[in-house]
Design a protein around this ligand. Structure first.
Ligand code: 13P
Length: 247
């Protein structure tokens, strides 16, 4: 599997800012073929992004989805709607969804299941809070989140990617050390082989949390870090292109 460098724009950039961004970004990453590059703009920018990305290798992802195909779910967006806009990845279970919007593990499990049915590759986000880390619970928390997210769909471990995003590292300017992240990534890969005895190792485990141009390369140098999920530093096309090229 190619390494994956993904930008999660969160609630940033309007449609016109999105087309400006992509116009500036594409020439900066032109010719890069040995890694996957993914942009995850807000829903409102997907349409312009799809248009602007035509003919490029940069992929389009969404930040959330609903698990039902359609119906009375005010404010929600289905996977069919996203697919028609060229979306091939969806971020599921981001810590902001879990902790600001109260998404429980069962909901995350339904969303992952729906993505698999629709042929969209979910990026499952997991990560411990600061008090959990301090209590020595990091591995336990990660294991529980992954087991619950994959409950009933254990045989599909190769069809998802996972982002390890320690909650305390997100937007804090205080990233995990590459060595600490490496330990968790190795643990996640071992866990996937336990969950699915036929796991082939196609799941990429990305690191996310205060990634920037100066630390990106040291994360990518770690054996089990297969990519990055970048928030704040993905909002500027020049900066994000440097992160894409950090290894
Ligand atoms: P920051 O890169 O802004 O810390 O955000 C990380 C993140 O949450 C990506 O999904």
């Amino acid at each position: 599997m190619m390494k994956l460098i993904a930008g999660n724009w969160k609630m940033n950039l309007t449609p016109s800012q999105t087309s400006e961004y992509i116009k500036a970004f594409l020439p900066l990453v032109e010719g890069i073929e040995d890694r996957e590059v993914l942009l995850c703009p807000p829903f409102t920018s997907l349409c312009v992004a799809q248009e602007a990305l035509k003919g490029s290798r940069v992929k389009l992802g969404a930040q959330n989805c609903h698990y039902e195909e359609r119906g009375a779910f005010t404010g929600e967006v289905s996977l069919d709607m996203l697919k028609e806009l060229g979306v091939s990845y969806v971020i599921v279970g981001h810590s902001e969804r879990r902790w600001l919007f109260g998404e429980p593990d069962e909901l995350i499990n339904k969303k992952i299941t729906a993505c698999l049915h629709k042929g969209i590759r979910p990026i499952l986000c997991v990560g411990e809070k600061l008090e959990e880390r301090e209590a020595g619970l990091t591995f336990k928390v990660i294991e529980t989140q992954i087991r619950l997210a994959l409950s009933g769909i254990e045989e599909y471990t190769d069809k998802i990617d996972i982002a390890y995003e320690p909650v305390w590292a997100i937007g804090s300017g205080n990233p995990a050390s590459p060595e600490d992240a490496q330990l968790v990534h190795a643990f996640i890969k071992e866990l996937l082989s336990q969950i699915n005895p036929r796991h082939e190792g196609k799941t990429r485990v990305l690191y996310g949390g205060s990634v920037n141009t100066s630390n990106a390369g040291s994360f990518m140098a770690m054996r089990d870090i297969d990519g990055l999920l970048v928030g704040g530093a993905s909002l500027n096309p020049e900066t994000f292109s440097q992160i894409v090229k950090c290894f």
